[in-house]
Design a protein around this ligand. Structure first.
Ligand code: ZN
Ligand code: ZN
Length: 296
């Protein structure tokens, strides 16, 4: 199960109610921060999320509204008793930009940082989860991310006995691999049932493109930008952003369970029009506000 906490839901400019964009995704003891708009570290404090809970930072792109909070956050993490390696993933030039950042701001960096410039596809995995990045279409290099729990096979103990499978081989089936017992091949589905892993798709600044559907495919939760209503569709295209209708169309064509809209233009005093715009095309939609928590 994933827990999402929205730390900022505005786009370029913050408002009294909305910080620049940032989202914290946690899964058991893993914590992933996606983007870090200005003021994110105070938002983390308000949300009660300790800095030590952040293991990874995924940067979608280097526009200021997604990264201006990074120097402050890293300074605070460095000054606290953060231990372990902090991994920062981002598009090309991320290493160079982090280097500039440390040159521009005077502080003693005690963090063990690992900066990774991602290529399309799987960028990280462990035994439970994996993360994928796919390029988007924006005015600067920009990635969308998928955070997915791995599929698990649930073993049927009586079938294991019937088929005479030794206990030492059961883990292969649990990981989806076929085994050979007394010369006979046994496929996982003969002794286990699949439990599909949950997934979260995160699409921020982009014009509509084919990869949006790949990120959204079968997502339990799709977080998608909705800068404007469809009335301002031309403006969205011009500035390489998505409307609420675009977000809903992506969700409806990709078997998404729940759509959460975010990254709103400051022209909207509330999100009624954005949500209604989306709901015409996809029912299960809400709009995020700062500190909204969503569980998968
Ligand atoms: Zn933005
Ligand atoms: Zn942008």
């Amino acid at each position: 199960m994933f827990n999402l906490t929205f730390l900022g839901t505005s786009c370029m400019k913050p408002t009294k109610e909305r910080n620049q964009f940032s989202l914290f995704v946690s899964y058991k003891n893993k914590g992933i921060l996606i983007d870090c708009g200005e003021g994110t570290q105070r938002q983390l404090k308000h949300a009660g999320i300790k800095l030590s809970k952040i293991n990874k930072i995924l940067i979608t792109h280097w526009h200021g509204d997604h990264t201006l909070g990074l120097p402050g956050l890293l300074q605070s993490m460095s000054a606290s008793d953060y231990n372990g390696t902090l991994e920062i993933y981002g598009p090309k030039q991320t290493k160079e930009k982090i280097g500039y950042m440390f040159k521009a701001f005077e502080f003693d960096n005690k963090l063990d940082l690992k900066v990774i410039e991602v290529k399309p596809g799987r960028i990280w995995e462990d035994e439970e989860l994996f993360i994928e990045a796919l390029p988007m279409k924006h005015s600067v290099p920009c990635n969308a991310y998928i955070i997915k729990e791995k599929d698990r096979w649930k073993i049927n103990a009586s079938r294991i006995r019937e088929l005479g499978i030794p206990s030492s081989m059961v883990s292969n089936l649990q990981e989806g691999r076929s085994i050979k017992v007394k010369g006979k091949e046994i496929r996982p589905e003969q002794a286990a049932t699949i439990r599909r892993g949950q997934s979260i798709g995160i699409i921020l600044d982009t014009a509509m493109n084919e990869n949006c559907y790949k990120v959204a495919q079968d997502a339990d939760i799709l977080v998608c930008e909705a800068v404007y209503t469809s009335e301002l569709g031309e403006k969205a295209e011009q500035y390489l952003h998505l409307t609420a209708k675009d977000a809903a169309l992506i969700a409806s064509k990709s078997n998404v369970k729940r759509l959460v809209l975010a990254h709103f233009s400051t022209r909207y005093k509330n999100t009624h029009d954005l949500e209604n715009d989306a709901r015409t095309y996809f029912d299960n939609v809400i709009s995020a506000e700062d500190f909204l928590k969503v569980q998968s």
